[in-house]
Design a protein around this ligand. Structure first.
Ligand code: NAD
Length: 338
């Protein structure tokens, strides 16, 4: 089987490609990535050396470029597409939503149309719990919870999810959509909460926490998510939607405190800053459908997984420094004012 993985140079795509190549010797992967500020080809350099030209190859390009997508599907005998490619940072979407629509909505539609035209047998679309909006103190998101996105990012992901649904309902394209809670683990870009706070803590800089720090997220180790995506690819019902979670709800403040503890820094570094506009209060996932139909269960406990992640960042300082390009720094400095 030959997979086209889009966005494979990003955080989850990188982990997914590594996972698939490790556990499915019969599968080969074509990684199609635009290499935005969030894409780092160095994440997979060792894989290229190991499997180059044989089980792994890289194609540079934009999922919203129909000609380029067609060209890639014509040159590689693709059996399934797994679409991770996206603009993913909520704060950036508040700053400018345009690239979110172009990549997340238009890009997904271009891929779907190309898959339909080429008769690609399987299309797995990676989405997020954020499409459901926000929860109060009780309850969980289920797959039939109405979509109610509150940020330009989540609205663009919901738009993509609905286009995937439409291609299944209208044309019978064999699609599966996965919706997952907050991921953490190796190779996460340092604009996201955990690596950002790790970076600030180790530098002895103030750690900015939105609002009162009481916003709750469910944390899933990226390896658990990758196992879930592979299960969805192999066993998911055509047209199916599956939630994945880590059964690890924590407030942002809890997460920040844990990182300070793991890095040996004082809680005096915590700075409460003006809340993010439209900030969802709580996300939590009911993943019983994925457990029942796919056999999914998270394996990592949050505290152990976080400690291992901090160890990974500690051992990979050079990686962290290398992804912090000029463009990245410019946005972060402007947005967080440090
Ligand atoms: P990321 O920002 O780390 O990586 C995104 C990748 O997509 C980058 O390599 C980037 O270069 C590539 N890309 C962006 N625009 C592209 C385009 N037009 N064409 C081709 N490639 C393009 O993202 P991530 O955190 O790895 O997230 C991957 C997917 O998982 C996204 O669809 C995201 O919505 C979803 N998701 C993420 C989380 C999370 O906690 N990170 C949770 C749930 C769902």
């Amino acid at each position: 089987m030959r997979l086209l993985v889009t966005g494979g140079c990003g955080f989850i795509g990188t982990n997914f490609i590594r996972h698939v190549l490790a556990v499915r010797p019969e599968v080969s992967v074509v990684n199609f990535d635009k290499l935005t500020y969030a894409g780092n080809p160095a994440n997979l350099t060792d894989i290229e050396g190991e499997h180059g030209g044989n089980r792994y190859s890289f194609e540079h390009g934009d999922i919203a470029d129909a000609g380029r997508v067609r060209d890639i599907l014509e040159r590689h005998a693709i059996d399934a597409i797994v679409n991770f490619a996206a603009e993913t940072h909520v704060d950036r979407s508040i700053n400018d939503s345009t690239p979110f629509i172009t990549t997340n909505v238009l890009g997904t539609q271009v891929l779907l149309q190309a898959a339909l035209d080429r008769g690609i047998p399987r299309f797995v679309h990676i989405s997020t719990d954020e499409v459901y909006g926000t929860l109060g103190p009780e309850g969980l998101f289920r797959e039939d919870t109405p979509l109610a996105p509150n940020s330009p990012y989540s609205a663009s992901k919901a738009g993509a999810d609905l286009m995937v649904r439409a291609f299944h309902e209208t044309y019978g394209l064999d699609t599966v959509t996965t919706r997952c809670s907050n991921n953490y683990g190796p190779y996460q870009f340092p604009e996201k909460l955990i690596p950002l706070m790790y970076r600030k803590a180790t530098a002895g800089e103030p750690l900015p926490v939105y609002g009162d720090g009481g916003n709750v997220r469910d944390w899933i180790h990226v390896e658990d998510h990758c196992r879930g995506v592979l299960l969805a690819l192999e066993k998911g019902r055509p047209g199916g939607v599956y939630n994945f979670g880590g059964a690890s709800e924590r407030t942002n403040l809890d997460v920040v405190r844990l990182i300070l503890k793991l890095t040996g820094r004082s809680e005096e570094l915590i700075r409460f800053v003006k809340d993010r506009p439209g900030h969802d209060r709580r996300y939590a996932m009911d993943f019983t459908l994925a457990a029942r139909e796919l056999g999914y269960a998270p394996e990592h406990s949050f505290e152990n997984g976080l400690a291992a992640t901090v160890d990974w960042y500690r051992a990979n300082d050079a990686w962290l420094a290398s992804v912090e390009s000029g463009a990245y720094r410019e946005f972060m400095d402007r947005w967080y004012g440090d």
